[in-house]
Ligand binder design. Structure first.
Ligand code: NAP
Length: 489
């Protein structure tokens, strides 16, 4: 067994917001899968906390429903897993009930304690203050903060300061679930485990990088949160910058948490500023109008907001540059949006063309080599190469992907990112979590873009639901003589 598949030490995982969407849809199923894999010992406990007046059995019923088919397929394991689960009704903003909760957690003083704050960030401070006040930060305790960490640098600093009054930085795990994805791990393996890529991984050989995070969904039930945030805060400032860092960072000396995070931080600090002087040239923001998604007519963003007014962007495309020796002059094109034609997250590393073609007169053009790392829906890696079309008939060139779709190649179901990340918290391994200085550096770069948009008074550009965003996003990359990657390129 590798260390990553060994059982972890017994823990108490308290999920604040245990009845919420994230807990029910992601965290509890992830824990069940790790339980079935034999990594969670029976001395562990999972305690849901929210205001809803449930008892243990009521919550277990909710968890069983959340597990759905997985629970019916594995009834005995489901019952055993549910036996680890309890619930405490608590209001993070009131002291009532906290004494009893502290006594419950205190029953297993030797268990590692993980306090997972799966609530709105406005509650982080209340929860942490009470965890301190009721003496719950003891022994091996850690706190997990869900995104978003603030809505700008000042509010992020306030959250980090307030949490920091109770938990040390070494106990604080700021989760970005994109970093837990198999493909992101594989990016590290590809870059630093092969002699092949790293010598080419620089401005001399790489033409540009694209990072796309596209959703087909509209606002859904997170309208209140999303309209206050928008695509830049929701996706770019955290997930997409983290992906950019994993592509662009220098080789860390080791995989130790700070070695990796130090290198990511250097990338964030080297991002060239985008502000009032250049935001109009380097960024495009959009908002969807009515259209069609997955064959169905769908309303526009403002209609989903009940006809309200809003200049919140549901789409962003931008051109970032990293001002250092490795990446000088290499654009990183980022785009993300809601109500786009397909749900896909991928990183495309496009290499420069060969310096001289000897294939004049051959059929088929030379195409760019591309390394495409797909994070969803099917995690995998494709390396696009030019080969000779097999068979007689002269030298005909073809552009084909060397495909390594993980699920097919290895016959395994990839674990959800949360499965890996929750167990990393229990193990005390923060490599895949954002350090405070990374969050600050990301806000320092994103803040001036938001400020430039606010100052411009220009509304976001409309785009039809089901399209790839405003035409200006196409123009952004085509001005440079490049195009957004399509999978059949
Ligand atoms: P949600 O569905 O609105 O759930 C919020 C949870 O907090 C509920 O369990 C709610 O239960 C509880 N809560 C609210 N006020 C409380 C209080 N005063 N004291 C104790 N508990 C309270 O939110 P969510 O979608 O799960 O998101 C949770 C966090 O994860 C947010 O920070 C969100 O941005 C982040 N996140 C979510 C997703 C996702 O896919 N959902 C993805 C990435 C990040 P009661 O009302 O019964 O108290």
């Amino acid at each position: 067994m590798t260390p990553a598949s060994l059982p972890v030490d017994p823990f108490d995982l308290v999920i604040f917001g245990g009845t919420g969407d994230l807990a029910v849809r992601k965290l509890l199923p992830a824990l069940f899968h790790r339980y079935v894999a034999g990594q969670i010992r029976p001395a562990s406990r999972i305690i849901g906390v929210a205001r809803e007046p449930l008892d243990d059995d009521g919550y277990r019923g909710m968890v069983r429903d959340a597990l759905g088919k997985a629970a019916t397929d594995l009834p005995q394991q489901c019952d055993d897993f549910l036996a680890l689960i309890g619930y405490r009704p608590l209001d993070a903003r009131k002291d009532e009930g906290w004494d009893g909760f502290a006594a419950l957690v205190g029953e297993r003083p030797d268990n590692i304690r993980v306090f997972y704050l799966s609530t709105s960030p406005e509650l982080f401070v209340d929860i942490c203050e009470r965890l301190g006040k009721y003496g719950l930060n003891q022994g091996a305790s850690r706190v997990v903060l869900e995104k978003p960490i603030g809505r700008d640098l000042a509010s992020a600093n306030k959250i980090n300061d307030d949490v920091g009054r109770v938990f040390a930085e070494s106990q604080t795990y700021r989760i970005d679930h994109y970093l837990g994805k198999e493909t992101v791990q594989n990016l590290l393996a590809l870059r630093f485990g092969n002699a092949l890529f790293e010598p080419l991984w620089n401005a001399s050989h790489i033409d540009h990088v694209q990072i796309t995070v596209a959703e087909t969904l509209g606002l859904g039930r997170r309208a209140g949160y999303y309209d206050r945030a928008g695509a830049l805060r929701d996706m770019v400032q955290n997930h997409m910058l983290q992906l950019l860092c994993m592509v662009a960072m220098e080789p860390p000396a080791s995989l130790s948490p700070d070695a990796v995070r130090d290198e990511k931080l250097k990338v964030l600090r080297a991002l060239k500023p985008i502000d009032g002087d250049n935001a109009a040239q380097l960024t495009v923001r959009g908002q969807y109008r009515a259209g069609a998604s997955e064959g169905q007519s769908v309303p526009g963003y403002l209609d989903e907001l009940d006809g309200g007014k809003s200049s919140t962007e549901t789409f962003v495309a931008l051109k970032a540059e990293i001002g250092n020796w490795r990446w000088a002059g290499v654009p990183f094109y980022l785009r993300t949006g809601k109500r786009l034609p397909e749900r896909v997250s991928e990183i495309v590393v496009a290499f420069k063309p060969v310096p001289h073609s000897i294939f004049e007169g051959s059929v088929g053009a030379l195409a760019q080599n591309k390394l495409v790392l797909r994070l969803q829906p099917d995690e995998g890696v494709k390396l696009w190469l030019t080969i000779k079309d097999p068979g007689p008939g002269g030298l005909r060139l073809r552009h084909v992907p060397l495909d390594m779709s993980f699920a097919e190649a290895f016959g395994v179901q990839q674990p959800d990112a949360y499965e890996r990340l929750i167990l990393d918290v229990v193990r005390g391994n923060p490599t895949l979590f954002m350090r405070r200085d990374e969050v600050e550096a990301a806000w320092r770069w994103a803040g001036p873009i938001l400020a430039a948009w606010a100052a411009s008074n220009e509304p976001p550009r409309p785009y039809t639901a089901g399209s790839w965003g405003p035409s200006a996003a196409v123009a952004l990359i085509e001005r440079d003589g490049r195009t957004w990657h399509e999978d059949n390129d």
